[in-house]
Design a protein around this ligand. Structure first.
Ligand SMILES: [Zn+2]
Ligand SMILES: [Zn+2]
Length: 111
């Protein structure tokens, strides 16, 4: 009856093949989507090193989350593999860099 039908459906869904496929799809989606953001970050850190391009402060793997990637032309989609559009800036210098133009709009909006 209904119970039997539902149970059979469940079995086929939790089969090995099914889970493998969904995991593969998940990986593909991660590579295509959200990971691209951290992907260029990791690459920029590798190319330019764990150091702020502005104040020269050096970072380690422990506090490297304080080091961010700035796009020189302001276009976050312009990510050349040679890193020519990237600049590693600490969060303070990055904030300062944007406070001149872009961030000032954000801040004036709040006041
Ligand atoms: Zn800095
Ligand atoms: Zn920036």
């Amino acid at each position: 009856m209904r119970d039997r039908h539902y149970g059979g459906y469940k079995k086929s869904r939790s089969g090995k093949k099914g889970s493998d496929q969904s995991f593969d799809d998940l990986l593909k989606e991660m590579r295509k989507g959200s990971s691209s953001d951290s992907d260029y970050r990791e690459r920029s850190l590798k190319i330019h090193g764990l150091i702020c391009a502005k104040c020269g402060r050096e970072f380690t793997y422990k506090n490297r989350h304080l080091l961010t990637v700035h796009h020189k032309d302001g276009n976050h989609r312009n990510n050349p593999p040679d890193g020519s559009n990237w600049e590693n800036l600490c969060v303070y210098c990055h904030d300062d860099e944007h406070s001149r133009d872009l961030l000032s709009d954000y801040l004036s909006d709040g006041e």
